[in-house]
Design a protein around this ligand. Structure first.
Ligand SMILES: Nc1nc2c(ncn2[C@@H]2O[C@H](COP(=O)(O)OP(=O)(O)OP(=O)(O)O)[C@@H](O)[C@H]2O)c(=O)[nH]1
Ligand SMILES: [Mg+2]
Length: 587
């Protein structure tokens, strides 16, 4: 299905043309029929010769109802511009066209109606010229009469060519269905309608209401008056909602894929064209079917910050328009540049922000967002409309590569500084680092660690002895705890095995200076040598092996290799009678 919205001045024959094309009545209200004037949006559809279906959103032309017109047009990608041959180009011809241009609608057709009443030539020439200067550009133009039916076949052919050019919708996109009508059906409950511009709706889907965030379930979906199990974009849809009363949802609200949008009441936008320098301080922002008062704060020559009276589910790149309701005047088209802009507290912040915005164009740009935000959750970027294609640095966190490198450097500096400030502590608590680096998640600190930095018991250290694999470090800790007060008792071989200290682990611990190896399976804590020399120095010199063993309160298994090691290191000397003496007691 394709969806096309009408546009044009009051009474130029939009509804008559839709009626002639579809055989359906777009003016739904008794009041509309009594007054012969469209007040609110109308919906009708027809099958084209090729078999495709075109649904029309028929809009009111009267200047009082322009907000209704905008609610219908905004989510629709193509327009049928209607100009009466007899009256020609009129104020709402211009205002509707300005709205289409502001929204960036670039697919359209021109129908010059009431061609049975006047020569369509002049109106057609003028309208074409007006359209050519907008996002619609050069369009096909067809003179028609809704009354006599002249030109309708040509118009259908032109519609066929128009829809063939429309871009394919993104079916994997999240659903954002702007509600343009809501009503109750007895026995079914609340129904909302809208133009599904992207994604897919299924019976049973869980969605959420933008205005309140409350979850709703799709009880039924109708399209073209028929019940469906599933509807793909683009389509006009009527969605029957479970669990929501009619007064909770209205035009301007939206049904959203849960968790896929963020609501914002603060956004930075670019104004299209030549924005008036004296933009009013308050305007109405029209986006989707919503119309929300917005306070305008100029930033750059064509960029402003908008503060909305209520938050909306907006994405980077969304098109919208600002209108001055008092002056019936489209103040400008808007492209959303940022839906989560930084506050402008400091002096000069506004000017700096204008400089940043000058380089943005509303096309989601992951690298740019990372550069500006430095560290951001992938989910937050997706909810802004930025596709995430980069790998996270930790959890769901993405980082600008330069910033991440800087953080790694700062982390090392902080670890060194902390060690200087707290020499007796075994490293920096992770949370202290998290605070010093102003990070919001401990996982980021842990992801920044590179050798020789390592994490142990919630602290980060850079000491070489700590550069042991975690299980070995733990086993050495146990040895320290069990033998720290009797350093010359070497753990038995079976105890080493129990602790997981095999030859390889012992090798690593010895290399890191965490253990001292006297012989195969005979290890001591590193301080043991100095202790031993101190004890031996107090013996009458020279001393025998047996005297040494007793003084050291240890076994031959330790004493023999220990004395040999001390000999090799020059701390003791072995005399010809196998007695020994201490050469240089430790200071
Ligand atoms: N002779 C003639 N009359 C037409 C034609 N199209 C519309 N009309 C008449 O023009 C009047 C307005 O037509 P509508 O279709 O209601 O115009 P509209 O553009 O929908 O008006 P709004 O919705 O109020 O903006 C009606 O009386 C129609 O019968 C046409 O092609 N020829
Ligand atoms: Mg009408």
């Amino acid at each position: 299905m394709w969806v096309v919205a009408t546009a044009g001045h009051v009474d130029h024959g939009k509804s008559t043309l839709v009626r002639a094309l579809t055989g359906m009545e777009p003016d739904r209200w008794a009041e509309e029929r009594r007054r012969g004037m469209t007040i609110d949006l109308g919906f009708a559809w027809t099958t084209l010769p090729s078999g495709g279906t075109v649904a029309f959103v028929d809009v009111p032309g009267h200047e009082r109802f322009v907000p209704n017109m905008l609610a219908g047009v905004s989510p629709v990608p193509a327009a049928l511009v209607v100009v009466g041959a007899d009256e020609g180009w009129m104020p709402q011809s211009a205002e509707h066209l300005a709205a289409l241009d502001a929204l960036g609608v670039s697919y359209g057709l021109l129908a010059v109606t009431r061609a049975d009443l006047a020569d369509p030539g002049p109106a057609l020439a003028r309208a074409r010229q007006e359209l050519a200067a907008t996002s619609l550009g050069e369009v096909e133009a067809v003179p028609v009469s809704g009354t006599t039916g002249a030109g309708l076949a040509e118009l259908r052919d032109a519609l066929e060519r128009l829809v063939a050019r429309l871009p394919a919708p993104a079916l994997d996109a999240p659903v954002r269905l702007w509600v343009d009508r809501s009503f109750t059906i007895r026995g079914s409950g609340t129904v909302v309608t809208g133009t599904l511009g992207g994604g897919r709706l299924r019976v049973g889907d869980q969605l959420e209401l933008a205005a309140t965030g409350e979850p709703v379930r799709v009880r039924g979906v109708h399209s073209l008056n028929a019940a469906r199990v599933e509807v793909d974009a683009v389509a006009r849809v009527a969605v029957n909602l479970r669990g929501v009363s009619r007064d909770r949802v209205a035009r301007g609200d939206a049904l959203l894929s849960p968790g896929r949008f963020r609501l914002t009441d603060l956004l930075d936008v670019r104004l299209a064209g030549d924005p008036a320098a004296d933009l009013p301080a308050t305007l109405t922002l029209h986006v989707g079917s919503a119309a929300v008062p917005a306070r305008v704060r100029p930033l750059g020559p064509d960029t402003v910050r908008l503060r909305l009276a209520r938050p909306l589910p907006l994405l980077i790149g969304d098109r919208a328009l600002l209108r001055d309701p008092g002056r019936h005047h489209v103040a400008g088209g808007v492209t959303v540049l940022d839906v989560d802009p930084p506050p402008l507290g400091r002096r000069g912040a506004a000017a700096a922000r204008a400089g940043v915005l000058a380089r943005l164009d509303g096309r989601p740009d992951l690298a740019g967002e990372l550069r500006r935000r430095r560290l951001v959750r992938g989910g937050d970027l997706t909810r802004m409309g930025v596709p995430v294609t980069a790998a996270p640095v930790a959890g769901d966190w993405l980082a600008d590569p330069d910033h991440w490198r800087d953080l790694g450097r700062c982390l090392t500096e902080e670890v060194v500084r902390y060690a200087r400030e707290h020499p007796l502590e075994p490293g920096v608590p992770v949370d202290v680092l998290r605070q010093r680096l102003a990070l919001s998640d401990r996982a980021l600190v842990e992801a920044l660690l590179r050798p020789p930095l390592r994490l142990r018991s919630g602290r980060v250290t850079a000491a070489a002895a700590d550069a042991l694999p975690e299980p070995v470090a733990r086993a050495v800790d146990r040895v320290r705890a069990e033998y720290g007060d009797r350093p010359l008792q070497a753990p038995e071989a079976h105890r080493l095995a129990d602790l997981g200290l095999g030859p390889r682990e012992i090798g690593a611990a010895v290399r890191a200076g965490a253990l001292l190896r006297l012989a195969e399976n005979v290890v001591l804590l590193p301080g043991a040598l100095d202790d031993a020399v101190r004890v031996l120095a107090r013996l009458p010199q020279p001393f025998t092996l047996s005297a040494a063993r007793q003084a050291l309160d240890t076994t031959r298994r330790v004493a023999v290799p220990l004395l040999e090691l001390l000999d090799r290191r020059g701390a003791t000397r072995r005399l010809p009678d196998d007695a020994r003496e201490v050469v240089a007691p430790p200071g």
